[in-house]
Design a protein around this ligand. Structure first.
Ligand SMILES: [Zn+2]
Length: 121
C-alpha cells in the first residue's frame, strides 16, 4: 500500500461520507452502509449494486483521521505546518499541507509519508 492509500483508508474510516453511493432517486448513502434502501416510489435498491463515488480527501478529513489515531493533539499553522501538542509543549514538523490545494492526493510526498506514519495504528 502506498502512503496515500494508508492515509486515504484512515480518512474514510474517520469520515465515511468520503465514499458515497447515489441512487437514481437522488438519495446519497455512505458506501459503508450495508443492505438496501426504499426509493420514494417504493422500489427496493440494494446499495451494493450502486457505484461508489469518492470526493477528494480534504484537510478536515486528515485532521479527523489524525485525531482518531489516538496519538495526541495535532494542529496546523496558518502556513500549513503540522504540529503536535502534548502537556503544554508543541513540536512543529517540517512537513506541511499546501493550504491552497485542498486535496490529499496533491500534497507533497514527504507530507504523505508523515501522515501515513501518524495515522498508522
Ligand atoms: Zn433510491
Amino acid at each position: 500500500m502506498t502512503d496515500y492509500d494508508i492515509v486515504r483508508q484512515a480518512c474514510i474510516k474517520a469520515s465515511p461520507d468520503i465514499e458515497i453511493r447515489t441512487c437514481a432517486c437522488g438519495e446519497r448513502v455512505a458506501a459503508s452502509m450495508p443492505g438496501y434502501h426504499h426509493c420514494n416510489g417504493g422500489a427496493r435498491v440494494w446499495l451494493a449494486n450502486l457505484a461508489i463515488d469518492e470526493r477528494e480527501i480534504q484537510l478536515v478529513d486528515v485532521l479527523l483521521a489524525m485525531g482518531a489515531a489516538g496519538k495526541g493533539d495535532w494542529g496546523i499553522t496558518d502556513k500549513g505546518a503540522f504540529f503536535h501538542s502534548a502537556e503544554g509543549r508543541q513540536q512543529f514538523y517540517d512537513e506541511y499541507w499546501n493550504l491552497r490545494i485542498n486535496d490529499l492526493a496533491k500534497q507533497p510526498p514527504d507530507t504523505l509519508k508523515f501522515l501515513a506514519d501518524v495515522v498508522r495504528v
